[in-house]
Design a protein around this ligand. Structure first.
Ligand SMILES: [Zn+2]
Length: 95
């Protein structure tokens, strides 16, 4: 017995494979790409470990969330100030 589902991206029905009962997106390459991109974005937003492991993508995440660092500085003024003093001390150490 087979079941059909509707793909959330292209809205077309697809036949659910008995081997992949969790499948929610149809097999079209475009939809699979979007599914992976959504999964990646969701993991980046919710899973700090995944974010660290993502490496290069962390840069991308910051580009997609330009307000984040600004907001961090606003929420952690002491940390930012400490960081600034630290950098200052390091710089004068070199000189
Ligand atoms: Zn689709």
């Amino acid at each position: 017995m087979s079941e059909t589902r509707r793909c959330p991206y292209c809205q077309s029905s697809f036949l659910l494979s008995a081997y992949r009962p969790q499948q929610r997106v149809c097999g079209q390459p475009d939809c699979q790409r979007r599914r992976r991109a959504d999964y990646h974005r969701k993991k980046l937003a919710t899973d700090p470990e995944y974010r660290q492991g993502a490496g290069e993508s962390q840069k991308q995440w910051r580009e997609e969330h330009p307000g984040y660092q600004k907001q961090y500085r606003k929420d952690h003024p002491q940390a930012v100030e400490r960081n600034r003093q630290q950098q200052h001390a390091d710089a004068s150490g070199i000189l």
